[in-house]
Design a protein around this ligand. Sequence first.
Ligand SMILES: [Mg+2]
Length: 383
Amino acid sequence: MKIKSIESYILSDKLTESFYFSQWEYSERRICIVKVTSDTGHVGWGEGYGPASIIKAGIEHLVPFVIGQNPLETETIWSLMYRRTLDFSRSGVLVSSMSAIDVALWDLKGKILEQPVHLLLGGKKRNHIIPYATGMYFTKGEKLCESLSAEAKQYADLGFKAMKMKVGLGIEEDIEHVKIVRAAIGDDINLMIDSNHAYNLREAIQLAKAVEKYNIYWFEEPISPEYYGQYAELRSKTSIPIAAGECEYLRYGFQNLLQSKSVDIIQPDICATGGLTEAKRIGVLASVYGVELVPHTWGTGIAIAAAIHFISNLDFIPGRLKAPNSFIEYDRTENNLREELTTSDMNPVNGIIEISDKPGLGFELNEEALLKYSEKALSLNGV
Ligand SMILES: [Mg+2]
């Protein structure tokens, strides 16, 4: 059995309304996905997280080393890809290219063996997971407080048991926004905050202390990811758990984060940090340190399905009779690619997602949406 072809696509879509976080503006979606086909006619889909054009170029660089390999040998192929890139890219976007191919190979392996990816990872340790709504970004309108409150209520009405809001606009404004959102959703819903590394240590301590009274489930990326020591110091000065890791790559990056005791929760992005093969290793590493893992999840239904299968296989640490909630990030910002590219049974119902036992990653890819949003198709049509 051999891998016959690898095709990558850049999908893009203009948003109807731009939104902002602490670093920049989002005005479009642009995502690189990859299709791997075996000589048996089976197909697997993967996705890379990061700048789509660079991920696509990286995939094209890796194609000659992957074509002709046995698609069931996911670890062997991972090693081949890593050996061809580590001299230039032991972290960064080329690892996202590897990740995209690796995720596609797991989907392909599942389709060939007619088994769900969670089973191939070692088994399903939970039947459902809890999606937390990611939203409450900044908009240009003058009524941000009102819109944040309305958005939070909307997620609560939809049954979400947890949600994450953006901070990083300025400490006083952040405090006001957190207060408004907590008041809108009441005390029973978990609320996380994410500054996307907007603050220095002094500011992060100030904000954390000011919002502790609003029962914050975690404070994500309070500080720039380079400053492991500052993360550790912040942890010692607030009761709010600290989360980070969406900017880390491979098990080696997470070893830095874990050894320095910087965080309570690590957040590898499966489509950036080395795919499912490496995420599984990072999960083992987190278990060695006794640190929680909740993946960063963004993009299309491919990335979401990969995260669902991965989380369903994670160990419960610690184990106990009444298991703690297992969360998955569930982006709610405008994204037609996410809504239209795939269909799956794994959607939130009453605040939970049931894990599918369908083969591979368990979604159907909508070829019409692929054509509609593919940049190649658009340019061929002269649009
Ligand atoms: Mg984040």
